[in-house]
Ligand binder design. Structure first.
Ligand SMILES: [Zn+2]
Length: 282
């Protein structure tokens, strides 16, 4: 699943390449991902339109096409590719735009779980989750005061809180684990158990880990459709050694999602959980 740093990278690299370009033709191969919110057929509606801008709103990518907005929620497997003349499309291309000068923009989705909405510009009521996004954690609105106000109202586990899109916008599974590792907070620690110092550590970690993630994704410079994950310190690393203390990284379930953490750097201070540090490595 593309996460916030991946989407920042897409906007930064794809935006300048497509902004100002006209869509001469569109081909739809898998309409399951499409939600057309205005009368007409998708290819007819977009043909002749110019891509005015590409912006990110939480986990959504918004292409403004003048009087229409094309809004993408990539979900688990949605991917984008910009190809030049003669270059291939994606494996599971759902639709493509032919732009000028031989460029094509492809949307592929092997699981057909992503959603692509085409509707009137500036009208997002029909897009689930668009208008209910919480604070964008890369924006100046994400202050410690605003964060503190949100977390003090919550009784859920820390990992559930930072992934609640209506509080903090667009933190996914991978960066949630990295943020908790940086803040040295157990993924199941209840929000109410975190004192002022640990709340501050969690806030600082959200900022620093996402800034680091954005830099690492840019540095990796992978094609748009690939996700840079090699820089992850705990995510996907169960059984490996913690880069900070050497303890074995573990995997646990939080509300049905896999969570990776270091039991020694991120101890369970409630005294109710398993003492992972006393278990064998396997
Ligand atoms: Zn550790």
């Amino acid at each position: 699943m593309p996460e916030l740093p991946d989407l920042v990278h897409i906007v930064k690299t794809l935006g300048p390449a497509v902004e100002g370009r006209r869509i001469s033709h569109s081909t739809v191969k898998n309409p399951i991902v499409l939600r057309v919110l205005v009368p007409g057929d998708f290819p007819d509606l977009v043909a002749g339109k110019t891509i005015v801008s590409l912006l990110r709103h939480g986990p959504f990518l918004k292409f403004n096409l003048g009087d229409l907005d094309l809004v993408m929620h990539l979900m688990l497997a949605g991917r984008l590719r910009l190809s030049g003349p003669g270059e291939r499309a994606l494996a599971a291309t759902a639709f493509s735009f032919e732009l000028e000068e031989g460029l094509s923009l492809h949307y592929g989705d092997e699981k057909s779980m992503g959603k692509v909405y085409l509707g009137p510009a500036g009208s997002f009521e029909a897009i689930p989750g668009y208008l209910t996004q919480g604070i964008d954690v890369t924006s100046p609105a994400f202050t410690f005061e605003a964060f503190n106000e949100l977390i003090l109202k919550k009784r859920c586990q820390a990992r559930v809180f930072i992934m609640d899109q209506t509080c903090l916008s667009a933190i996914g599974n991978a960066y949630a684990d990295e943020i908790l590792f940086e803040a040295k907070i157990h993924p199941k620690a209840p929000c109410y158990s975190l004192g002022p110092d640990r709340r501050r550590a969690l806030y600082d970690a959200v900022k620093s880990v996402l800034t680091w993630g954005i830099e690492e994704v840019a540095k990796a410079g992978l094609p748009l459709e690939d996700k840079a994950r090699d820089h992850m310190r705990v995510r996907g690393r169960a059984g490996e050694n913690c880069p900070r203390c050497g303890q074995t990284i573990r995997r646990t379930g939080v509300l049905g999602f896999d969570s990776f953490f270091c039991p020694s750097c991120q101890p369970d201070l409630t005294g109710r959980g398993l003492d992972w540090t006393k278990l064998s490595r396997k």
